[in-house]
Design a protein around this ligand. Sequence first.
Ligand code: SN0
Length: 316
Amino acid sequence: MKNFISVDQIEDLDGLISAAKEIKAAPFANKALGTNKTIGLLFFNPSLRTRLSTQKAAMNLGMNCMVLNLNTEGWTLEFEDGAIMDGNKSEHIKEAANVISQYCDVIAIRNFPSLINKKEDSEEYVLNQFIKYATKPIISLEGSSEHPLQAIADMLTISEYQTKARPKVVLTWAPHPKALPHAVPNSFAKMMLKADVDFVITHPEGYELDPAVTKDAKITYNQDEAFKDADFIYAKNWSSFADYGKILSRDENWTVTAEKMALTNDGKFMHCLPVRRNQIVTDEVLDGPQSIVIDQANNRTYAAQAIITQILKDAE
Ligand code: SN0
């Protein structure tokens, strides 16, 4: 594996989850692998878990870690080939990616979608420009259409909590005051379609995810029906994909409540965080015994470490 920006790039899911479990059991076992190597974390957007868990994963591997908040501290980058740079963009991706490649052995980048240009967002334009011009491996820390490290942590968490061979896993839309990306639900859906689970997606009409992602997944507009007998409820808001980036509903009937969780098979509640309390989910559910969001966030470290390990090994 050279770069990692999509769940599609995972060839051996069982092997990856086993590797993440081994890393969790002995996080410092591979310190020699990263010694004298440097990872650069570049952020175009805010982060809490991704930044700290990826840095921790790198440190567990003996790596040095440098962080640059490009949105607030870096030069504004131009990505277009042939651009006449007479506006407010100071530096071209060609120089930036090449220069960063000299300082880092691995480069990890967060770049949220514009939610305006559907084609560029879906094509993962910015991360692919980095892949084009960098000479070192690129890892997505949430791109414009996927959050693959999150999906690995999600899969690891489900595999730790599942009590039957083929659990029922529900991805439910829930209301939110802002227009949010599709990256988390896209990667989660791709992951669940690879995994041995009974996967159902539920959302209001108009909130269909990219059909290229959901393929033949079961989709229902009836949230109660979806929740019935579910073993895992994964809540997330996203904006409309068809009416790209728009908020079509803030219907609080879609908020995950204790009454809804009672329809499940004592299901576990999951969310990638940060979560809006009493919008996405009530306090009662989030603070209650069914919520596994804190364990889920802990697994971000081992997901990141599994991927960085693989990339370092493949680079040797
Ligand atoms: C991001 C998203 O993709 O939905 C990152 C999730 C890991 N979430 C947000 O931007 C939430 C921001 C907010 O104000 O609630």
